[in-house]
Design a protein around this ligand. Structure first.
Ligand code: ADP
Ligand code: MG
Length: 234
């Protein structure tokens, strides 16, 4: 079952927006039967009941991928809107990466063309516990395609370089980089995609413009993901 892990260069960079747009764009493919989209760890939300808390990323993901049925969703929900490791500690809990991997694997579907998309909490190197970061979460979810989301805004050249350095050090480079209009327009918006390769960074596979909720701008990413999944299944 193909899996996509969404990492970000930080918080509020467009991870949820891109994950939702990707879920919709994938679901529109003839070769794709179902798409599940989940958020294992979320802060700033109450413990979920039978459905994800209102306004949560988990709820947005389920709206974009309505067949998602994992419960509870999020697996770990913490009320304080701080780093997951601290939010968990304040609740007397610890985020267990093996538990996340088991929870995500429960989405396993014998249908070959059911996809899952997993959004991480905060930045790629944000802690989920005293020792582990979202890179450890992503590593535990392999095999998967790793998509790194960054904002099409000032500061992205630094943030992407720093994040990619951290990912390379962990032996987990992203398969794809996506920029999204997660901030107001600034003087760099629209220039960043072309500048990234000029300064030795990967060219993004997509730049998601403001309001592209259906992920039309993600067509190249979708094509690549589907082609790779077909190759993997042979
Ligand atoms: N391409 C886009 N078009 C419109 N709004 C966007 C886009 N990308 C991100 N946003 C908005 O930017 C804010 C932060 O994005 P979000 O996906 O929630 O970030 P993250 O999940 O990384 O915290 C949200 O209000 C989101 O709706
Ligand atoms: Mg989010």
């Amino acid at each position: 079952m193909p899996r996509v892990v969404i990492l970000g260069t930080g918080t509020n960079v467009g991870k949820t927006f891109v994950a939702c747009a990707l879920a919709r764009a994938l679901a529109a493919q003839r070769s794709v039967q179902r798409v599940h989209a989940v958020k294992p760890v979320e802060t700033g939300v109450d413990r979920p009941g039978s459905i994800p808390p209102r306004g949560s990323d988990a709820a947005k993901l389920e709206r974009a991928a309505p067949t998602t049925s994992l419960r509870p969703h999020p697996l770990y929900a913490f009320p304080d809107a701080v780093s997951a490791h601290l939010a968990a500690r304040r609740c007397g809990q610890r985020v267990s990466i093996p538990a996340i991997a088991r929870w995500v694997s429960a989405m396993h579907d014998t249908a070959l063309h059911t996809w899952s998309i997993v959004e991480t909490a905060g930045g790629a190197l944000s802690p989920v516990s005293a020792r582990a970061t979202n890179l450890d979460v992503a590593a535990a979810l392999l095999p998967a395609r790793v998509v790194l989301v960054a904002p099409d805004a000032l500061g992205v050249l630094h943030d992407l370089r720093a994040t990619l350095a951290g990912m390379a050090a962990r032996g987990l480079p992203p398969d794809f980089v996506v920029l999204s209009a997660a901030r107001g327009r600034d003087a760099s918006t629209g220039t960043n995609a072309a500048e990234l390769p000029r300064v030795g960074l990967p060219r993004p596979i997509a730049v998601v413009p403001k309001g592209d909720t259906n992920g039309r701008s993600l067509s190249r990413l979708v094509r690549e993901l589907v082609a790779q999944a077909q190759r993997d299944s042979r």
